[in-house]
Structure formats: C-alpha cells, structure tokens
Design a protein around this ligand. Structure first.
Ligand SMILES: Cc1cc2nc3c(=O)[nH]c(=O)nc-3n(C[C@H](O)[C@H](O)[C@H](O)COP(=O)(O)O)c2cc1C
Length: 173
C-alpha cells in the first residue's frame, strides 16, 4: 500500500489511550515531521512544545473542555504560533501554517501506530490564556491547539469515508 492508502485514508482521531508512555526519540521524530510542514514563504511562524509531565497534562485537561482524553495520553504536542516572526507574512498566515504542522503531526503519529487528536485552543481566548499560564508561554505566542498522543486503547477507531463528490468541481463551479 502506498502512503495515501496506508496512512492518509486510515487516520482517525483517537480519544482513548492506554496510559503507556512513548519514548522521547519517538516524540522527537513526530516533532520533526511537524516542522517539515510547508509554511507561507517558509517563515515557519511556529513553536512546538512537547508536554509529558503528568501534572501539566492534568492541568491542561482541567482547562480544556474537549480534551478529556489527556487523562491517559502519554504526552501532548502543543502547536503554537508566532505571529511576530516577521512583519508581513506571519501575522496573516500563522494559523494556516500551524494547521499544516498539525496535520503532519497527526499523520506522523498515525504512521507509527500511535493515536492522536487535534483539540481546540485557538481562537478561544480563555483557553489560550490558560494554556499560556500552565506552560509558561509568553504573551506574544499563540497556543493554537493541544494534540494528545498515546497508545491506542482497544480497537483503533475506523476512519470515516468523507469522500463527497458534490464537494468536488472540475474546471468550473
Ligand atoms: C479545528 C479543529 C478543532 C478540533 N477540536 C477538537 C476538540 O477540542 N476535541 C476533540 O475531541 N476533537 C477535536 N477535533 C477533531 C475533530 O472532531 C475530528 O477531526 C473530526 O470529527 C473528524 O474526525 P476524524 O479526525 O476521525 O477524521 C478538532 C478538529 C479540528 C480540525
């Protein structure tokens, strides 16, 4: 099977983890895959935090209403944007660039047989402020999302068939 069939088409959000740990080298491999993402004019207006400290994962869990799977996650990637990385491009494109990094992280994690899910932080100001406080993130940096990762508990969730011919156009609308 090629990358499309084996990785892209089989990925699904994982919200149930065993609690087992993930080696630091594996987390670093995933982080590198995240940073391999494209970004507008290659500015890379991001910073990536890896959180494996249990009290911090629990504190994130407490302030993020839809990230309860953090309780058994091995770690979490916190994708952050830096809108001030440059004057012109980063302020306009940091969210798009962070989304590209996020998708790379989700696919890399899945390709290693591990589970992950994008949980929302940006644009909720209260969540962003809570995440900043827990992780010591400076005010100019924008916490974009939290991606709990871990070993999948039970059966891996089946991917949804999202192909929608009605959402596809050839050459004109
Ligand atoms: C911007 C964004 C925010 C999301 N926030 C959450 C969240 O807070 N908690 C959660 O469990 N899933 C969250 N998700 C995951 C979506 O629910 C999930 O991707 C969607 O239901 C499609 O399912 P799939 O990822 O299994 O294909 C988010 C996804 C995106 C793109």
């Amino acid at each position: 099977m090629d990358f499309i069939d084996s990785v892209i088409m089989t990925r699904a959000s994982v919200r149930s983890f065993t609690g087992a740990g993930i080696p630091r080298e594996t987390l670093l491999r995933i982080a590198k895959a995240g940073m391999a993402a494209p970004s507008a004019t290659d500015v890379r207006p991001w910073a990536l935090m890896i959180v494996s400290d249990r009290p911090k994962l629990d504190a994130l869990n407490a302030c993020l209403p839809y990230a309860k799977m953090l309780d058994k996650a091995a770690a979490a990637f916190v994708v952050c944007g830096d809108p001030h990385k440059d004057e012109n491009v980063a302020p306009r494109f940091w969210t798009v660039d962070c989304a590209a990094m996020t998708e790379n992280i989700l696919l890399a994690t899945h390709s290693l047989g591990l589970g992950a899910v994008w949980t929302a932080v940006y644009p909720d100001e209260a969540r962003m402020e809570s995440v900043r406080g827990i992780l010591g993130i400076p005010p100019r940096i924008m916490p974009f999302n939290v991606i709990p990762v871990g070993h999948i508990a039970g059966e891996a969730p089946a991917p949804k068939d999202k192909y929608d011919p009605a959402a596809l156009r050839f050459n004109s609308w």
